[in-house]
Every structure is written in C-alpha cells, then in structure tokens.
Write a protein that binds this ligand. Structure first.
Ligand SMILES: Nc1nc2c(c(=O)[nH]1)N[C@H]1C(S)=C(S)[C@@H](COP(=O)(O)OP(=O)(O)OC[C@H]3O[C@@H](n4cnc5c(=O)[nH]c(N)nc54)[C@H](O)[C@@H]3O)O[C@H]1N2
Ligand SMILES: Nc1nc2c(c(=O)[nH]1)N[C@H]1C(S)=C(S)[C@@H](COP(=O)(O)OP(=O)(O)OC[C@H]3O[C@@H](n4cnc5c(=O)[nH]c(N)nc54)[C@H](O)[C@@H]3O)O[C@H]1N2
Ligand code: SF4
Ligand SMILES: [Mo]
Length: 773
C-alpha cells in the first residue's frame, strides 16, 4: 500500500487538515464508533452560551484531543477533535472520545476529589494551606536525607507530562531509585526483550493503516488501546482487506473482529512463536537480506527452532498444527506489511521475557521492522530540554549513590537487579530492611500492582510518604503529605510523548491544550507542586519557570510553533519521517544489529546465570521454549484454576472507578445494573461455574495460596474453562473499595529476569451462598 498520503498538501495546520484527506475508511470506522462513543450529558441551554476550549485526554494518558464547551467555569460538553493524531483515524476523519474520555467531564467537577493539601500531625492527616504543606514536606525530606541518606527515597511518579520529577528527585535530591510503569509493572518481560533486542521498549504499535496482516498477540485492541487511533487503524486495515489474527485465551471484542482467533493455552506464546519461525524458515519465507545485513545470532535462532514443528507446538498451545502453519505462512507472505501488536498479554507472566523474545524474533525473521505495514519505529517531535535552553547547570546528586538493591547482600537473590534495577515486589522487603524509607507517588497507586498486603504494611512503616493524587484510598490515607492534583483539563498541557505512535504513520506531531477550567478547590498542577517543594528545599534557582506553560515554551525552542499556537488548535502535524531508520541509526545494541541472540548483553547474561543457579534450569541467551511453571506457579489440586487480570473500556487502571458514570456503564454491559453491587466481576466459564453452583450475580470467594476475597460472578462462554479473569483497580487499597483487589491474591511471583509481577495466579473459587443480585 505504501505511502498513501505522500505528496499530498501540506498537513501542518489543523485548518488545512479539516479540508484535506478525504474521509479515510470512514465506513469501516462505524463499528468502532459504536464501541467507543458513550453518552455525555449535554445541557443544550447552557451549551448555547458556552466557549470552546481544548483538552488532551489524560484518563488513560494517551492524549486523544478533546473539544470542550465551557459555560461560566463549568464544562457542559465534551467531544473529540477531528483529525487528531491519537483520537481519529488520521487526516479528515472524525475525532471521538472513548467512554473513559467522556468521563473526564464528570471528573472535572467530581465532589469526591481531594481538593486541599493535608499533612500528618499528631498521627492524623490534617488540612493545611500550601505554604505549610511545602514547608512540612521540605523539613521531612531534609530530615530523611540527613538521617538515612537520599538513596533511601523512592521516586514512583508516573503519568506526568514533564520529566520534572526526575530532575527534582534524582538530580537535586539525589535518589537513585525509581520505579517506572512500563519497565516494572506493565509489560516488564516484553519491555526488557524489546530493549535488549534493539527495537526499543516502546515500539509495540504496528503501522496499522498500511498493514496487510495484523497479529494482536495477547492484546485486546478494541477494549484497551493507546488512544483510539489504534482500533480505528485496525478497522481501516480490515476495510482494506487485511487479515486480523488474535492470540488470546479469551474471546475478546478484538477476537470478535478477527479472521482467526487462536485461543491459546495461557503462557505458551513462546512455543507458538518458535513453531511459526520453524514453518517460515522451512518454507523459505524469511528475509535473507535483512537477516544477513541487520541481525545478530540467526544461527542460534535457526538451531533453536529446528525441531519446533507445528505438531510439537499444537500439543503445548492447544492450537491446531495446520492453523499454526497457515498463520505463519500468511504472516510471512504479507511481510514486510505484516505486524505484531504485543503488550501485556505476553508481558506479565514469569516466563514472559523469554516468551516475548521468541515473539519479537519473528519481526527480525520476516524483516518487517520499520517498513510500511510492519513494526513501526515511531519518531517523536524534536523537543528541547528546557534546562539546556536556559543554561541551567543541574547537579547530578544521585550519580554517586548506589541503589540499595545493588548495594546490599539481602538482594543477591534478585537476578533482575542487573537489568531493570529495583522491582515492584521487592520494595516491601526493602522497607522492612530499612533500605527504603520514603516514597513519592504521583498518579500511581502501587497497592494494586502486586504484593498488595505487603505494600500496605510497607507504606505504614515508611518514614515519609508523599503522594500527589486526586482520590482517597489506602495509599493517600497512609500518606504523611497529600498534595491534591489538578486534572489535565485544569492545567496547561504539552504532551511529551516520544516515540509518538499515532494515526499519522509517517509524520511527527504535537498536541497541547491550555487549562479549560480552574483547578477544583485548592488543587494545583503537578508542575507547581514539584516547583513548590523545590523552592522550599532551596533549589528555586534550578526551576525558574513560573508556570508549566513557560516550561512548555522552552520545550518548543526547536519547533516553529509556540505553546499557545499549538494549544489554540489542539494539535499540529510536523515533518515527515521515513521508514527503515535502522539504515542510518542501526539498532543501538552492542552489535548494532537486531539481536535474536542476547549473548552480547552482559547484564542480561549475569541475570540468566543467576536464575539458572537459583531455579536449577538451563537457560539460553537465544530464543528458547520455557514451559509454564519453569519460573512461575502452575494450577494444582488445591488451586486448580488459572486467574488473570484484565481491563475494560470503561476504566483506566484503578484511576476512574470513583466515577459513578463509569461504573454504571460497566454494570450495564454485564446486565447487572440492578444488582446492589458496584465492584468488579469474576468472569468464569459455565464448565467451572456449574459444578460449583455459581451463577451470574452470585457473590463468590476467590482464593489463592496467598490471599482471598469476595466479588460478584459473571458466567460467560467468552472465557475458556479453567481460565478466570476480573478487571483490576477495585477493592481494598484503591479509591473505589467495592469489589476485590485482585492483587490480594499475589505476593512473590515475578519474572526473575525482568521483575514483572506474575499476574497468572492459581486459584480456587467458592460460591458464598445467598444471592448478590
Ligand atoms: N480501557 C483501557 N485501556 C487501556 C488501559 C486501561 O486500563 N483501560 N491501560 C493502558 C495500558 S497501561 C496498557 S499496558 C494497555 C494494555 O493493552 P493490552 O495488552 O491490550 O491489555 P489487555 O486488555 O489486558 O489485554 C491483554 C490480553 O491478554 C490476554 N492474555 C492473558 N494471558 C495470556 C497469555 O498467556 N497469552 C496470550 N497470548 N494472551 C493472554 C488476556 O485475556 C487479555 O485479553 O492498555 C492501555 N489501554
Ligand atoms: N492488578 C493489576 N495491576 C496492574 C495491571 C494489571 O493488569 N493488573 N496493569 C499494570 C499496568 S499495565 C500499568 S501501566 C499500571 C498503571 O498503574 P497506575 O498508573 O499506577 O494506576 P493506578 O495504580 O490505578 O493508580 C492510579 C492512581 O492515580 C490516582 N489518580 C486518579 N486521577 C488522578 C489525577 O487526575 N491526578 C493524580 N495525580 N492522581 C490521580 C488514583 O487515585 C490512584 O491512586 O498498573 C499496573 N498494575
Ligand atoms: S483512549 Fe479514551 S481514555 Fe485514552 S486518551 Fe483517548 S479518549 Fe482518553
Ligand atoms: Mo500499562
């Protein structure tokens, strides 16, 4: 298909965009719009007098453009922005918002939000003014640094629009420890593989619109997307005749749209990938030239797959051998216009680093990397470093601090310390040992990411918990300082996303918005909170920007637009970037090639050796089949069922469950709106439900070796027998406490190579008796 839009008019201004680019694949989008357009409350009388403003949706942090009508300080209407890189299908197409995005209107005026700063005095959280909150925080921070050293403090900030928190905590305060979302709790195994192999951790989005063959591998793109451009891009490809393959144990909304649904046995992706490679090589469908010139370790790979026939994989994965052959050939024949979308499904189990290495290797094999329709190496806008623009010479106070995880013998049994540094699960133990004593969280609740019970105790034990949040929860109630943050619609936002995947497969772009309404109550933007802390700590000279808008302006020093100009039109499309960036840049690995074999990655090799010793298994640096249970737990007699967390289109993590509009749409989708229950549902196949006497609407108890809890059952054929799921972000520890925090089932399970919490948990489930509905 190639560059369908190449040579078209200059797409650099939105006014132009609106008049160009015929409605690309609009017909195909109708299905998507059904799914993603909710029903915002519109007050037509007030709308008539309203003013227009823009936003960049921050509900799931993927920045779809929002058009707002604001009347007298109240948002009265919210909708998408046409042609927006993240919220539309590209030039000339309709911009929409998903149900979460529409929910941000309710969030803007949500009376349950925290709107005043609090500090802990005499053991109680007490409302204070900002001056006192900043002074209290600075005192405590100084105290912690003097008594125990700044290396005992942990930066756990996520979803910020600037990197200011890293400057404040790492460079100025001097903490070397940082927990990151992607690397540590999101798709840790695959994040590590992508980095080690040379395609980077963030390159998981296919050049959908140009693709002829899309494999959603452990991805539910029609329910969990990185902005709505993703499902829209898939629909456009389908409209153009592309094939969609979904590899998922569950029959998801994405599987419903697929040409082939492969209901794989959980955690066996690695075997399927090796067998596909076996077929591709056998059929001579691999890209010899790419392999020769641009890869490392092909011999090892070839050897690893030599005996991995589709028949061998069929036994393991439960997928018919002929179908495996068909998919492998279809994928390779369509390549390079063939891509694999991969994220959490192959990123969150104990064997996930190896499994994802096997899957990523297929890209190198067929040579689809950064070629039209393949695995796109997206390129972000050329932002400047505001500190460089202002000639600010930042100290590097963390440079000489050894992270505690590497410093003490207690953690010699954590092999991932060589590759990813600190892991989420180990933090409670580090707190117990006195090696972590304080934490800063921002838009991040570690309690529902894994090891929940231990994390709650750890937060109690820490000397200093500073949290920047919007809701009360077991995190904020346990804090010593609670800073109420303004939401995205209440602040000046410049989205600092690189690489910038979007509906514009060959263009860089930027999106920005000015505050549409005043911050609710006394809340403040995160930028002002960090700046306030910094000033009080005596670091004011390093952060001279009065406002986030000013800081944003300096990020744009290299760009022809001012912050205001971008914000006025919500987004701008910048210059083109070509395919095959590796021809110029290589792959940034020690061999400068795409690496099938990771033998040159010293830190990884060290972790491998330690895991071999600890687990008594033999590990290869190249692609390798690790059966489930090699590094994680398997169902057994006592806990015979397999549990896994999922997402729903109504909730972003555990962040918007407090909004009643989201919960009622979620209940309605399950037909359970009349139940006196607003928690998450345990989805269970009739084959497991019937013998246990469980029906939809019953309250049930789920139990693992590590914990137990209650939630409502939802009986459905869409999940296979033996595989139970529930949405995460509910229950004890999170803002919406009804339902069950699924990570109460979890303590120690991780992928020892990446530290990713293992979310595949053996469980048993019992009917509670009585009718919850
Ligand atoms: N609505 C919504 N959208 C979101 C988010 C959200 O919270 N809500 N979060 C965003 C974030 S942070 C992320 S990381 C992405 C995640 O995006 P996805 O990775 O698409 O997330 P999930 O919907 O959890 O899909 C994972 C799928 O993997 C399947 N699966 C489970 N075990 C296995 C296995 O062993 N093998 C295979 N092949 N599949 C398996 C599950 O059944 C599930 O359908 O979504 C983003 N978008
Ligand atoms: N059990 C389980 N845990 C998971 C996953 C899973 O599938 N299952 N997925 C993982 C993945 S992929 C990811 S990326 C991470 C995401 O993890 P996070 O981004 O950390 O999301 P949450 O843990 O839900 O934390 C959201 C926090 O933000 C607060 N909040 C809500 N609105 C605002 C706001 O406007 N401003 C501020 N400052 N705070 C706000 C909420 O009150 C809550 O405390 O979760 C991971 N954790
Ligand atoms: S996908 Fe939905 S929640 Fe995420 S940014 Fe876009 S509109 Fe907001
Ligand atoms: Mo994530």
């Amino acid at each position: 298909m190639g560059e369908r839009r190449g040579g078209g008019p200059d797409l650099s201004r939105r006014s132009l965009l609106k008049t160009t680019g015929a409605a690309v694949g609009l017909a195909g989008l109708s299905g998507c719009v059904d799914l993603i357009e909710g029903d915002a409350d519109r007050d037509l009388g007030r709308l008539a007098e309203a003013e227009t403003a823009f936003g960049n949706c921050w509900m799931c942090h993927h920045a779809c453009g929002q058009q707002l009508q604001v009347n007298d300080g109240t948002i009265v209407d919210i909708s998408g922005v046409d042609g927006h890189p993240r919220g539309s299908a590209g030039p000339g197409t309709e911009g929409t918002l998903c149900p979460k995005g529409l929910g941000e209107m309710e969030k803007a005026h949500d009376p349950d939000r925290i709107t005043r700063p609090y500090v802990r005095k005499d053991g109680e959280l007490q409302e204070v003014d900002w001056d006192e909150a900043f002074a209290y925080t600075a005192d405590k921070l100084r105290d912690l640094a003097e008594t125990h050293g700044p290396e005992t403090f942990l930066d756990a900030a996520s979803w910020t629009t600037t990197d200011l928190h890293e400057v404040v905590w790492r460079d100025l305060y001097g903490t070397p420890e940082r927990i990151g979302r992607g690397r540590h709790v999101c798709f840790g195994g695959a994040h590590l593989s992508g980095n080690l192999m040379g395609v980077g951790a963030d390159m998981r989005f296919v050049d959908y619109q140009n693709s002829e063959y899309i494999i959603a591998w452990g991805r539910n793109i029609f329910e969990s997307f990185a902005g709505q451009w993703e499902p829209k891009g898939v629909l456009e490809a389908l409209d153009n005749g592309a094939t969609l393959v979904v590899i998922d144990p569950r029959h998801t909304p994405t599987a419903q749209k697929a040409d082939h649904w492969l209901p794989i046995e959980p955690r066996t992706d690695g075997a399927l990938a090796l067998a596909m490679a076996h077929v591709i090589i056998e059929e001579g469908l691999h890209d010899e030239e790419f392999i020769q010139e641009w890869t490392h370790g092909f011999d090892t790979y070839e050897e690893a797959v030599a005996d991995k026939t589709p028949e061998w994989a069929a036994e393991i994965t439960g997928i018919d051998a002929e179908l495996i052959r068909e998919i492998a050939i279809g994928f390779a024949e369509a390549a390079p216009a063939a891509g694999i979308a991969l994220w959490t499904g192959v990123g969150q189990y104990a064997e996930s680093q190896k499994a994802s290495q096997n899957v990523f290797a297929l890209n190198g094999l067929v040579g689809n990397i950064d070629r039209p329709g393949g695995l796109r190496l997206w390129q972000g806008p050329p932002f400047s470093d505001p500190f460089e623009v202002r000639d600010i010479d930042l100290p590097n106070n963390a440079a000489d601090e050894t992270p505690a995880l590497r410093k003490y013998d207690e953690y010699a049994d954590q092999p991932y310390r060589h590759t990813t540094g600190i892991g989420h699960n180990i933090v409670p133990e580090m707190v117990e040992n006195g090696h972590i004593r304080g934490i800063y969280t921002h838009y991040d609740n570690p309690i529902n990411d894994g090891n929940s019970e231990a994390w709650m105790n750890a937060l109690d034990e820490m000397d200093l918990v500073i949290t920047v949040d919007a809701y009360w929860s077991e995190l904020t109630r346990r804090a010593d300082v609670v800073f109420p943050e303004a939401i995205q619609l209440e602040k000046d936002t410049l989205i600092d996303y690189a690489p910038a995947w979007s509906a514009y497969h060959d263009r860089r772009w930027m999106t920005a918005s000015e505050a549409a309404v005043e911050p609710l109550g006394d809340s403040k933007p995160g930028f002002q909170i960090l700046r306030g802390i910094a000033e009080e700590m005596g670091w004011g000279e390093y952060i001279p920007w009065e406002s986030e808008a000013e800081y944003n302006e300096d990020m744009l020093a290299n760009v022809e637009y001012s912050f205001e100009e971008i914000a006025e039109q919500n987004y701008v499309i910048l210059e083109e970037f070509g395919y095959e960036a590796w021809r110029e840049n290589g792959f940034g690995t020690p061999t400068n090639a795409f690496q099938f074999d990771l033998d040159e990655m010293d830190a990884y090799v060290r972790s491998l050796e330690e895991v071999e010793e600890m687990e008594g298994v033999e590990l290869e640096t190249g692609p390798q089949w690790l059966p489930p249970g090699t590094l994680g737990e398997l169902p057994d007699e006592e806990y015979p069922l397999h549990f896994y967390d999922t997402r729903s289109v109504f909730f972003a993590f555990g962040a918007d469950q407090p909004l009643s509009q989201q919960r009622s749409q979620y209940a309605a989708r399950h037909g359970l709106q009349s139940a006196d229950y607003e928690g998450n549902y345990l989805t269970i196949n009739p084959a497991d439900a019937d013998p246990r006497g469980i029906e939809t609407g019953d309250m049930v108890t789920v139990e693992s070796a590590d914990g137990a809890g209650e939630l409502m059952a939802y009986v459905s054929e869409r999940t296979p027998p033996g595989f139970l799921t529930a949405e995460f972000g509910f229950g004890e520890g999170v803002p919406h406490e009804e339902g069950f925090n699924t990570m109460m089932l979890h303590t120690e399970g991780v992928d020892p190579l990446s530290s990713q919490p293992d979310r595949h948990i053996p469980i048993e489930v019992h009917a509670n008796g009585g009718d919850g509905a």
